[in-house]
Design a protein around this ligand. Structure first.
Ligand code: MRU
Length: 354
């Protein structure tokens, strides 16, 4: 199997499955899963077989379409009621990335807007909507890449955290999209990828996909970013987002806040890259963003041959942290770059699309 030709997430060949790269096996094994049942899809999102805010959203949309095939009624009202139950189940897989809820809400709205139609037609509309989200995500990331690449100069060093690349989206990625577009434009950029403890999305996924694409990439342990910045190797930080509040506060992979503070200290521009689907104007500030807590074993045992911490030790394992808007230079979206004050610039980007 060839990674370059394997979509991160999409419809399975017969249209009755959710197809995705099992990211828990990378970089060692490239395996594609065909998922049909709701528990399988829930587990894939919860266990990070598919991960990254935009990819989770698209996977859930396809998942809800597949759920609609299981609903055994011809009564549109009963169909909508059962669809709502399945939507709530998929939405419970992870709490932080707003794309999950955004995608499921959008799917439900399509069905609700056609309540008078036969169930077969509602299924058809759900299928079309999920397909459209796939296509829109790829186009949005491409635009982020185009806006972001304008900030990159030949020879720049870019630091990134977690994986906000093509493995986190349908194509291109968010934070890595400017790097891919710069490469197409013939600009040479060096990337420094934080390993991203505890799940190693940087080491396993970002380093993997950049290396596959022939981009000059250096892997750093998370505690090396300060030294790399002090050495003058980093001209720009690009990270993704799981949810951006109306004031610009940004939830992203745990460790992002530390990188932002370092960038501030060394006066290095710090940009968040995300489609508008990750901006949640209903969440006023980062204070209201629910942060997922994950199991202690991810820290104590997961990557080790033997347990690396005493049995019974307390472990804190939040999956995300919130970077305050005051540390963010700009937010590179699919509709342009928002600059402070973000409460105004983000609202203006939404207005511009109306
Ligand atoms: O827990 P994960 O791997 O889903 O966390 C992913 C991130 O934090 C990404 O940076 C974010 O979703 C942006 S993806 C384009």
């Amino acid at each position: 199997m060839n990674f370059a030709q394997t979509p991160t997430v999409g419809f399975g060949a017969d249209g009755t499955a959710l197809e995705l790269i099992d990211q828990t096996l990378l970089p060692g094994r490239l395996e594609v899963l065909q998922l049909r049942t709701q528990p399988e899809i829930w587990e894939a999102i919860h266990q990070l077989r598919v991960r990254g805010a935009p990819a989770i959203g698209v996977a859930a949309a396809i998942g809800l379409y597949l759920a609609s095939l299981e609903i055994d009624t011809q009564d549109p009202a009963a169909f909508l009621q059962q669809l709502a139950q399945r939507k709530a189940y998929l939405a419970s897989a992870r709490p932080t990335a707003v794309n999950l809820f955004w995608a499921l809400d959008r799917m439900e709205r399509v069905a609700q807007a056609h309540t008078g139609q036969p169930v077969a037609r509602l299924r058809e509309l759900l299928c079309q909507e999920a397909q459209q989200m796939l296509e829109e995500d790829a186009a949005s990331c491409r635009r982020i890449g185009e806006y972001g690449s304008a900030l990159l100069q030949e020879g720049d060093g870019v630091l990134t955290h977690c994986n906000a690349g093509r493995l986190a989206t349908v194509q291109y990625g968010t934070a890595l999209a400017p790097i891919y577009v710069a490469q197409e434009q013939g600009k040479r950029v060096r990337v420094f990828a934080d390993e991203t403890r505890p799940l190693l999305q940087g080491a396993r996924l970002t380093a993997f996909e950049l290396h596959q694409s022939g981009i000059d990439t250096t892997l750093l342990c998370d505690n090396m970013a300060a030294a790399a910045m002090k050495n003058g190797w980093i001209q720009l930080v690009l990270v993704g987002a799981d949810r951006i509040a109306a004031n610009g506060d940004t939830a992203n992979k745990i460790g992002t806040l530390g990188v932002a503070l370092l960038a501030h200290h060394y006066k290095i521009p710090f940009y968040v890259c995300a489609p508008l689907t990750t901006i949640d104007l209903d969440t006023p500030t980062g204070e209201q963003i629910q942060i997922e807590q994950r199991s202690p074993e991810e820290v104590t045992t997961l990557w080790y041959r033997e347990r690396m911490a005493p049995v019974g030790i307390k472990v804190w394992n939040p999956a995300f942290d919130v970077t305050g808007q005051e540390l963010i230079t700009g937010i590179i979206t699919d509709r342009g770059i928002a600059r402070p004050p973000f409460d105004r610039s983000l609202a203006a980007l939404f207005e511009a699309g109306k």
